[in-house]
Design a protein around this ligand. Sequence first.
Ligand SMILES: Cc1cc2nc3c(=O)[nH]c(=O)nc-3n(C[C@H](O)[C@H](O)[C@H](O)COP(=O)(O)OP(=O)(O)OC[C@H]3O[C@@H](n4cnc5c(N)ncnc54)[C@H](O)[C@@H]3O)c2cc1C
Length: 464
Amino acid sequence: MTNSNEYDVIILGAGPAGLSVASELSKELKVLLFDKKETIDMTTKSWLIPDMSISIGEAEDILPFMKNGVKRFLADTYQGIDVQWQAHLKYHFAKEHELLAYWGERVEQNGSEILLNCWYQDSFITENGVTVSTSEGDFKSKLLIDASGGHSPIRSRYALTEDWYWWSVCGAVVEFPDGLPEGMQVGDYQLWQTFRDTNINLDESLSHGRPVWEYEVLDENSAFVFVFYLGKYRVPHEDMEKVFTHVLREEQSTSDFHNSTITEFKHGWYPSGGPHSQQITGDRVTFIGTAGCWTSPCGWGVSFIVANYKKYARQVIEAVNKEALSKKQLNKIIHLSTRAKYQVLLDQIATHFLSFASSSQLDQFINLFNPKGPIGEAGPMMCEKLFTLTITEKEAILMLKAVIKSIGATELAKNIPKEDYLLLIGLLKDRVEVSIMDALEKGLEHFHLNKHKLHEQSGFILTD
Ligand SMILES: Cc1cc2nc3c(=O)[nH]c(=O)nc-3n(C[C@H](O)[C@H](O)[C@H](O)COP(=O)(O)OP(=O)(O)OC[C@H]3O[C@@H](n4cnc5c(N)ncnc54)[C@H](O)[C@@H]3O)c2cc1C
């Protein structure tokens, strides 16, 4: 290949977003996919994927690269919450390295090219095309797709603000030399475990450094274990690693893991975004995967990719063939097939609440998913539907009402930004009983707002 080669599409980044989209585009277009990594199957991430994302995305061909999946959810906090339930929906654990290799093979079988050990340097847009400068030379195309993840070297040119929150994750795949510890089952997903000794302030929020411990039991011998944080900023890898090592090897309540053997380290950052963050484009440039904030309430970005990449690629093929590659035309390409407006808002509110809420408020939130908690038997299903973005509007309102009742509208107002609080009121207006609206309006006092000023701030008008 010479540096003067021209392509229909150049994709920066061979993570799951770049590779999956390239595997489809290359059926009809000449694609160059490049990445700084050394091997196509390399990733520091690990993926749990709801089955419904695969069916929504008509991506059954990736099923051979899935194994087992969640069978039982658990939550266990130092303040005493102890919840478990059998999974209602179906989930898979991806064999992530094999899946990436599969998509890579598809790209090459379709006659397109993958260039590894290749770093992005710069890009220049002209009326007729894009020139991309890399460590391996310059390449030209009609369209540049940025799939370079959370440290995109291009995105800041196009995104005026970044209203994302970040999940910061650090962990490892571990093996148990003598098989699974007693009581642990294949398919267990510990989704929320906290510890008394990790923070001086016992009530610390996630955004102020409260780590949450999770693990997924992958098979009879191994589990993926990690700590995570959620907040406006990314927690540095070395800080997370220290906490991870402490929890893995020394925490009293994780003794099942103390003698496990680490087989692969994992870490990374992925976004939870607001509704505006997913439609960023420029003339001849567009963003996908983490670079385009393709995410879900718990940051399941690959699940989002799987649900959308084929449909997205079909639209890109059409746009390239028609030369419809201006910013305005690219903005019409729909990235999201699974989200209704109220779900996007709920995602935003849930993200901010999880980030800022105190540890004890989070306990009350987790308890909503307890089959013996305030919502009763419906609680577990509500949790699964919230995080897979399949919650109906009626169910979302039921859950929000339960949150307001157990946490209190004023306390809630202290823990989510004013804009979100106003969105919440707008979302619930006319849909809940007067007592709940009264409680929410009382919460407005926290922002020194009364309901008569509300419509100026939010665009929502309350009825008396
Ligand atoms: C520990 C962990 C666990 C996760 N668990 C789940 C889960 O259970 N389910 C789920 O759905 N999602 C999960 N995620 C999120 C998921 O991994 C991301 O949504 C997904 O990786 C995003 O894919 P991407 O292709 O957009 O970006 P990435 O996977 O970040 O890939 C970006 C690629 O771009 C390349 N690149 C970057 N900059 C340059 C450059 N300058 N030059 C050349 N190449 C470059 C990188 O080398 C990389 O290969 C998890 C993430 C982490 C970190």
